[in-house]
Write a new protein. Structure first.
Length: 293
């Protein structure tokens, strides 16, 4: 159940337009029951065992029964502190300094006159450093070229001709832990694109960061800004709880392979299949010039 609460919190960072970009399913209509079963399957854990008996019996029934709205509200209130706790512990397991950013954001909101701005900046730094310290830009580009070569918008070329991942590209690499995206195709899924849970979790991380950017210069006087920040804090905690759990177990197995490839290829010579021939040739000339300098 904590994962379902984390999912609900993560979705609050996304606009209806952003949710519509996820074409696999109508995300907002995914029931808690079905979602719990999907998490059971993907994470290999018996998450349904966390539900009270009455709710669990409803969730198991055909895997798609919607729980009563009042029961959901009660269950979410019960498990939300657990989401904050687990999210902080997962961040701390990767970088204890960054876990203090979560605590600092909550402390600023509670005690500082400038709490909204301080909390927003702390959470932006948390997201950016977590992405950057998990996988370097070169590692993410290599991973994207291997796993999502048909998604060119996940990589951009900077003014120096060096290819850099977008925040969405970094977030996808994080939630997959540098692991393989491709899976066995089914009747409704060709197995090439990220799963619903991976895709939406990555989008929620990026959307939360965007919302925080809009609040980082807040004067803290408006109650609406404080409410928005509290919701974004919950979104960050929910998205990271899911994202780090999805990717963390894979990361130790795949990080060495990803880094060996990125070091062998080099940051400027990552050439994906979707690159037009003229761009590929230009980038190779640019790389040769760099090496000759």
């Amino acid at each position: 159940m904590p994962y379902c609460v984390a999912w609900e919190d993560a979705l609050t960072a996304m606009t209806s337009e952003q949710l519509r970009t996820v074409t696999q399913l109508d995300v907002a209509s995914v029931s808690f029951a079905r979602l719990a079963i999907q998490f059971d399957q993907i994470l290999g854990e018996k998450l349904l065992s966390g539900l009270p008996d009455e709710l669990r019996s409803q969730a198991v029934h055909e895997g798609a029964q919607s729980l009563h709205i009042m029961q959901l509200a009660e269950a979410m209130a019960l498990f939300r502190p657990r989401v904050s706790e687990v999210s902080a512990a997962q961040v701390a397991s990767m970088n204890d300094y960054l876990s203090r950013k979560l605590r600092g954001a909550r402390h600023a909101l509670e005690y500082s006159d400038d709490g909204v701005s301080q909390a927003a900046n702390s959470l932006i730094e948390l997201i950016d450093r977590l992405l950057r310290e998990s996988f370097s830009h070169e590692e993410v580009v290599v991973w994207l070229c291997e796993n999502l070569p048909h998604e060119p918008t996940l990589v951009a070329v900077d003014t120096n001709g060096v290819r850099r991942p977008t925040k969405m590209g970094e977030a996808l690499c994080l939630v997959y832990g540098g692991g393989t995206v491709q899976r066995e195709a089914t009747e409704h899924d060709d197995g090439r694109d990220p799963t619903l849970i991976h895709s939406v979790t990555a989008r929620a991380i990026v959307a939360a960061r965007g919302g925080l950017q809009r609040l980082k210069h807040s004067d803290g006087e408006g109650e609406l800004d404080r409410i928005a920040l509290e919701q974004l804090l919950a979104s960050v905690e929910g998205a990271l709880m899911i994202g780090l759990r999805l990717g963390f177990s894979k990361r130790s197995r795949t990080l060495g392979r990803v880094r060996r490839k990125s070091h062998r290829i080099g940051p400027s010579l990552v050439l994906c299949h979707h690159m037009p021939d003229e761009k590929r040739a230009a980038l190779m000339v640019h790389t040769a010039a760099e090496r000759g300098a």
